[in-house]
Design a protein around this ligand. Structure first.
Ligand SMILES: [Zn+2]
Length: 135
């Protein structure tokens, strides 16, 4: 059941994180390439750039963490829905097979609202006085 969440989280980590660290590297090398021979000022600029990028990456990482948290919440809901669906499919399938119409003497298979298909249609049209239609 946890596979959906694991898949999404790893997709995020695999796709986004290398992208950010790569763009940081590119920016550093680009700055060095432009100056050819780095001076003390260049080193300071590069260091400031790295610090600036590190701040951005940290901000982005916490942004990703928030997204991951939201994904975890969503996937918990998906898990609950999947559980409910699989419960429903194991409980309802035999029910519709074993239940029959609630009209006395009718043994037709269950269709809806406790009736077989024919009696359900009759009930819907108000033709079953012993079972008044829903208000
Ligand atoms: Zn019936």
């Amino acid at each position: 059941m946890g596979t959906t969440r694991d898949f999404i989280v790893s997709a995020f980590a695999d796709t986004l994180l290398p992208m950010f660290s790569r763009s940081m590297e590119d920016a550093v090398y680009e700055t060095i390439d432009k100056r050819q021979i780095p001076t003390r000022t260049d080193f300071k600029e590069v260091r400031d750039l790295v610090n600036n990028l590190r701040g951005q990456v940290t901000g982005t990482t916490s942004g990703i963490q928030r997204i991951v948290d939201q994904i975890e919440t969503l996937s918990a809901r998906i898990d609950a829905m999947e559980a409910r669906i699989s419960e429903g499919s194991t409980m309802e399938a035999p029910r519709s097979k074993t239940l029959t119409c609630k009209v006395e003497g009718c043994n037709e298979p269950y269709r809806a609202k406790g009736f077989c298909a024919r009696h359900y249609q009759q009930w819907k049209r108000g033709r079953l006085p012993e079972f008044p239609p829903d208000a």
